[in-house]
Design a protein around this ligand. Structure first.
Ligand SMILES: *Cc1c(COP(=O)(O)O)cnc(C)c1O
Length: 479
């Protein structure tokens, strides 16, 4: 356990390196035979060759390769093979305090959705087959009536994510034309989703109106002309404009668009289908409200507050949805049967709002009682203290979690967790905290927290497998 990995200790002079055994000899060692059986000869040969060449490259003069006996070479090879076959995508503990963490895969699926994915993966499914008449069907029709029932839309279609939903909507409704949008809503969503770029990629021209903080009805009206194809409103999901501000609401924008004979699209970002205030949470705008207020098309994500799989939903008036569905990009952005299976199961849960907080993991985590989280933090703190070692001070404390994925960026949820500080907070403590965070990520089920206020912070709101978390702490390697 305490031994350093072999790779980091191997150094040797040119002459010593020449003494490294040949690949053939290594492959003929009896101790390598189980590796050949488990991983296959060509795979092991390739990795053994790579291992030897790495040692050769890293070799420095005046260092001894004396330790490099058969046992150690076999061990290094075996560790390397194990690392090679470890899945690249692995479950982790998200203790960041951000419930919908984009880098950690956003919403956790409900058991109902997971079961439906497994069933759809295992057997053929009527993805594009109308079972009533035996004719070719449309994959959207599998969830369309459910989406319409929940949102009040006339028609719906699904694509790979909400960025795709916006891209497709603009491409289908406004290619080669202008899209009128407020300067206050030109959002960038983490990474590469920026509204101006999306418009350009969709082949539309962005016609910005108003100013960053104030946009009025007359700004939209004056911008509408013969080249206009679409009016658009984007929910500024991940920032707030505060102070001397003005914006035009959905109802009024719909009137302005319709008077000019134009469609009006609203990008809501987080697709919250249930009124969160009913669960004691801050409110997010709902697709059903935007549609009732006159929006022709509404777009939102499947894996943010909706709590389903990664997807982009496009809901609205039949005529516009029909046009969107016929666009060639739709084929390129379509979703798989696995996504549809999970989405249908997730949406079905919304038919029972009284059970939603229990059955939908996203809502369950967001509504988790603070006292329960605090008690959990208190219980796991001693095990963390033992595992972290004497160099660190571990304490449980109140924290603030976030919803994440751009939803309600200013709202925090009272939470609790564990803070791990350096006992000696002098020079180098930042580096020691980074190292500790690295050791937590190196556990069999990596633990992902955050570093803030001179501590590694582990927010317990999202810890559901307490036993699994504690059980692996004994493996926290010494620095
Ligand atoms: C998150 C978000 C998007 C992008 O959605 P993805 O599902 O991540 O592609 C687009 N618009 C808004 C307003 C968003 O909040």
């Amino acid at each position: 356990m305490s031994e350093l990995p072999l790779e980091s200790t191997v150094r040797g002079s040119k002459a010593q390196l020449a003494k490294l055994p040949s690949i053939d000899r290594i492959l003929n060692w009896p101790a390598v035979s189980p590796l050949l059986g488990r991983y296959g000869r060509s795979f092991v040969t390739r990795e053994a060759r790579a291992l030897l060449s790495e040692w050769r490259e890293r070799a420095l003069p005046d260092h001894s390769l004396a330790d490099l006996d058969e046992t150690r070479i076999v061990r290094a090879l075996s560790e390397r093979m194990e690392a090679c076959v470890e899945p690249a995508l692995r479950p982790v503990f998200n203790l960041t305090g951000t419930v919908l963490h984009t880098n950690l895969g956003r919403a956790l699926l409900a058991e109902e959705a997971i079961a439906r994915i497994v069933a759809a993966a295992r057997a053929p499914a009527n993805l594009e087959l109308d079972l009533a008449n035996g004719e070719r069907g449309e994959r959207d029709s599998l969830i369309e009536s459910l989406v319409c029932e929940l949102t009040g839309g006339e028609a719906a279609t699904v694509v790979n994510n909400n960025a795709a939903a916006v891209l497709l909507t603009v491409a289908a409704l406004a290619a080669k034309r202008e899209v009128v949008i407020s300067r206050g809503e030109l959002i960038e969503i983490g990474g590469a989703f920026r509204m101006p770029d999306v418009m350009r990629s969709a082949g539309a021209r962005m016609r910005e109106v108003g100013t960053t903080n104030r946009t009025h009805a007359r700004d939209y009206i004056e911008a509408i002309g013969p080249r206009t194809g679409l009016l658009m409103k984007v929910h500024t999901s991940n920032y707030v404009v505060r102070g001397f501000t003005a914006s035009v609401d959905v109802t009024e924008l719909a009137l302005i668009a319709h008077r000019a004979g134009l469609p009006f699209a609203v990008d809501l970002g987080s697709g919250c289908l249930a009124d969160l205030s009913a669960y004691g949470l801050p409110r997010e705008p709902l697709p059903q409200e935007a549609l009732a207020s006159g929006a022709d098309v509404v777009t939102f994500s499947g894996d943010k507050l909706l709590g389903g799989p990664q997807a982009g939903l496009i809901v609205g008036k039949s005529a516009w949805i029909g046009k969107i569905r016929k666009h060639p990009l739709k084929r390129a952005l379509r979703v798989s049967k696995l996504t549809l299976a999970a989405l249908e199961a997730t949406l079905s849960l919304y038919r029972h709002p009284e059970q939603l907080a229990e059955r939908l993991p996203t809502l369950r985590l967001l509504t988790r009682p603070t006292e329960e989280i605090a008690a959990l933090a208190k219980r796991v703190a001693p095990a963390l203290a033992r595992a972290a070692g004497e160099m660190f001070v571990v304490e449980h404390r109140p924290l603030q979690s976030q919803i994440g994925s751009g939803a309600l960026p200013e709202e925090v949820l009272p939470s609790a967790g564990v803070a791990i500080r350096c006992g000696n907070e002098g020079k180098g403590s930042g580096r020691r905290l980074q190292a500790l965070a690295g050791r937590l990520r190196a556990l069999p089920i990596p633990v992902v927290g955050r570093i803030a206020d001179g501590a590694v912070i582990l927010d317990m709101r999202t810890l559901t497998d307490e036993a699994g978390f504690v059980a692996q702490l004994s493996l926290l390697r010494a620095p």
